[in-house]
Design a protein around this ligand. Structure first.
Ligand SMILES: [Zn+2]
Length: 473
């Protein structure tokens, strides 16, 4: 080879590279910068497992009854106030009026579902600063769709909204508190999910193997009293809570370009290097409903506010909160009035039915798939530190409807999991040539029907490096 030939080929190659870069609109310098500079991991190439498609029979957007959701919302608003301290017995005004409308609607749905949906009115007392330190009688409404699988029927997925409302002063039983958005909207999502899923179960389009509970809770504005109660109640019934989807303020979307994505809040949890069960539930919901529908927010809730997912989150359970994209604080927690030309109050006229319907569809389809899935694995562990191979192990009970497990990984700076490999049985899988240190790992169960459980991140026992004698830790 002559020098001239070498030069010629180099020039040809670089001009070809330049023209390709010109064609795709980046300079050669940028192209070089964007090339990954990390070694391939594993060196021998990644496995490419064949992934099972997601379950068929998805709940369509057209099947959501915006009109029925609107009707329930209007009925709740017509009660004037639904403050938890207001009347439980007056059928026209007060929280008892709200309860009656919800019970009537879920009974209607139960009739149409072939009697599968069971209605419980849970009566309890609770005390907080916002009950003046005295026990307050409260009632929550639960509609329960029992799971079809004998083993999974004691596993429960909960969707909830709170039907109590509040004016500016949380102790004022006389002022109007329409509470259309906060949170008749969330109640209408929970109740519409009950209709969609009991219908899906009745016509065989994805019967829920696990149990589903559709809740309308009271006492939220008095200190999450109904949320704490629901957690206790579910435990008392012997349920394992596999997911809790709180819908609170999910009806208003006034910004241009609506409907927008709903926000889905999930807290960090307290697991080192990994993620809380709530975070995994959020990821599962986003994967099912799609990134075009869900805006994950990695934060337990908005600052200065709480919700009924919180007691579940604090108990280490998978719990998340749906909330509209951009809240208008003039339209929540406000006694209706006009001041300086500004109208305050949580009225039904501000709701966006298209947005609210989207939220109902996303909740219902997420619940459908999660309740069709095998139980999530347990005891997920990562070993193999300071060796060339990461080892992932986990446990799971027998389940003839399970196809196997997906081993997931992601860069430590990434938000979402990717499937690394598939294993048919629990135990240990060696990830040859994969470092324990460059990724996070998790495992999830996959049903023969294609439904996935939430992911369970691996935990690793940590040994800190030895410290010089006399160093305090
Ligand atoms: Zn609320």
């Amino acid at each position: 080879m002559t020098n001239g030939g070498y030069l010629h080929r180099t020039l040809l190659a670089s001009s070809l590279a330049a023209s390709i870069c010109f064609w795709i609109g980046i300079s050669p310098a940028h192209a070089q910068q964007s090339a990954p500079r990390d070694p391939a991991e594993p060196q021998q190439g990644r496995p490419h497992p064949k992934l099972l498609p997601r379950p068929t029979g998805a709940i369509t957007r057209q099947s959501v009854e915006e009109k029925s959701m609107r009707a329930l919302n209007d009925q709740l608003v017509s009660c004037g106030t639904r403050l938890s301290l207001s009347s439980w017995t007056d059928p026209k005004r007060g929280i008892g009026c709200g309860r009656d409308y919800i019970v009537a609607r879920v009974n209607e749905i139960a009739k149409d579902s072939g009697g599968k949906l069971q209605i419980v009115v849970d009566k309890f007392d609770s005390t907080s600063e916002r009950t003046s330190g005295k026990p307050l009688p409260l009632q929550s409404v639960y509609a329960i769709l029992p799971g079809s699988d004998p083993k999974l029927a004691k596993t429960i997925f909960i969707v909830s909204g709170h039907y109590d409302s509040r004016p500016s002063d949380v102790m004022n039983t006389e002022a109007d508190a329409p509470g259309a958005d906060d949170d008749a909207s969330g109640v209408s999502v929970s109740v519409e999910s009950a209709r969609l899923l009991s219908k899906a179960a009745a016509n065989g389009k994805g019967a829920n193997r696990a149990t589903l509970l559709f809740a309308a809770i009271s006492g939220e504005e008095q200190g999450l009293l109904g949320g704490y109660r629901l957690l206790d109640w579910a435990k008392q019934q012997g349920y394992t809570i596999a997911g809790m989807l709180d819908n609170d303020i999910v009806g208003d979307d006034p910004s241009p370009g609506a409907p927008h994505r709903v926000r889905l809040f999930s807290g960090n949890g307290e697991i080192e290097d990994c993620d809380s069960p709530g975070r995994e539930l959020a990821r599962a919901i986003e994967e099912i409903a799609g990134r075009q529908s869900i805006r994950m927010i990695f934060r337990v809730d908005r600052y200065g506010r709480g919700g009924d997912h919180y007691p579940f989150y604090k108990a280490g359970l998978p719990a998340v909160r749906f909330t509209e994209p951009l809240e208008d604080y003039n339209h929540q927690h406000q006694t209706p009035r006009t001041e300086n030309g500004i109208e305050y109050g949580d009225f039904a006229k501000y709701l966006n039915s298209a947005f609210l319907g989207n939220v109902a569809r996303d909740n219902a389809e997420a619940l459908r798939q999660l309740a069709m899935a095998p139980a999530a694995p347990t005891n997920a562990r990562l070993t193999g530190a300071v060796t060339p191979d990461a080892k992932v192990s986990w446990s799971a009970e027998d389940d003839p409807e399970r196809a196997g497990f997906e081993i997931l990984w992601r860069e430590t700076t990434e938000a979402r999991w990717q499937v690394y490999d598939f294993a048919t049985s629990p135990g240990e899988t060696v990830l040859h040539g994969v470092s324990t240190d460059n990724h996070f790992f998790a495992v999830r169960s996959v049903g023969k029907n294609g439904a996935r459980s939430i992911a369970v991140p691996t935990e690793m026992e940590r040994r800190p490096p030895p410290l010089p004698a006399g160093t305090k830790q």
